[in-house]
Design a protein around this ligand. Sequence first.
Ligand code: UN1
Length: 499
Amino acid sequence: MAERIIRIKNYIGGQWLDSESKQTFKSMNPAVNTETVAVAPQSTQKDVDYAVKTARKAFDAWRLTPAPKRGEILYKASQLILERKKQLGELVTIEMGKVINEGLGDVQEAIDIGYYFAGEGRRSFGQTMPCELKEKSVRTIREPVGVFGLITPWNFPIAIPAWKIFPALIYGNTVVFKPSKYTPACAFKLVECFADAGLPKGVLNLVNGFGEEAGNHLVTHDGIDGISFTGSSIVGKRIGATCAKKLKKHSLEMGGKNCVIVMDDAKLDLAVEGALWGGFGTTGQRCTAVSRVIVHKKVFDNFKKKFVAAAKKLKLGNGLKPTTEVGPLVNLDAVQKTHEYVRIGRNEDKAKMLCGGDYYKNGECKKGHFYQPTIFTNVKPNMRIAQEEIFGPVVALLQAENLKDAIKIANSTKYGLSMSIYTENVRAAETAARDLQSGLIYINSPTIGAEIQTPFGGLKNTGNGHREAGGIGGAIETYTEMKVVYNDFSGKLQKAQID
Ligand code: UN1
């Protein structure tokens, strides 16, 4: 439990500041909703203006700092995150509810990304290619974009900011970071690690507040060259439209309606375990969470029985307790949204509910935002509970005739982030990998748990074509501009395509 309220400041130009308006807002513990975790500055447009100006001022010196040197500072920041892993992990649990092992995992993901991108300081490779003219060379180099606005969600309050901050900084951008209003303390403690690592003033600036005011101003600001956003599709589309009008680079990471396919030859207990972890881990609040399980008709009943029995056994409670398996949802809105989808599933879709379906108020849970793990069967692909992102502990079971049918059902939503197949048949696995319309494909494991050295992102309405994290085609594409440098050392005019 939080023993005292964390007093948060903005971080601008190396100084810890209140909002110029002096207004504040609170973050609350979702497991004990009477408990305030932190009080944070509610920033205004003026605060954002100041942060952007400061980041612009810091840009030239930072972009000209050798990348290996930038890497040393980011390596130090990663080490500090590692040293503080336990406190940070507990804070994740206290501020957004996920169970402590996952809170620690959230921090570990930030450490992984930190070390990976610190190493980019000595890579960030360009290419050399042959030149068609004699005594002339050509190569590509990576240059920073400029000042980046980073807007992040509450569900991975350490990892996702780290996914954006480390790559933005290593490639020489400066940053204005606007975290979710639900997890300001996590953002504050993360930024402290960068400040304590000796990051030059103004390179990373933290502005707390609300999307409507601070976030929106950041997106529309002419002093911002790029935006990276993770969050809902509704907000992401608006951000995309605004950025497109201003021809501002923007990376959008949004919703999912991820699925697990279970084939008739699958190891059924393994598939049950995977669907359980993917569906109810993080209380279903991952953009990669399993919300549909598409099961071959031959094993449907058997899978259903095992899956429901396992879901009923899950232990709900405060995530700080090591025995807890499912923590609370982030806030009352999330509980109400989940409950509304359960109503839609029962009354409008007319699916059959097999377990859960209500708030969970037993014992210590009565003060928190808990919801019972819920499973629907008789779900048809076009039902709303099979189409719309719920972001809560609700899983829909759908029946498939064969592999082709399963893939068709899997692809029948507007999203395409993460999909998985359980099968022992290598041909089925490869066919699924080829035909599933999804940025991430898992074979014999659930849809969650992407590793940071790989590009992360989705197809269709999940994103706008960008990828986060490492690997070819990952964050380097978002946070750099490509430059081609020709060098003619012949001493005479040579004409390409003519000489
Ligand atoms: C998210 O839910 O927004 O693959 C990110 C995963 C995690 C990241 C999830 N590594 O589930």
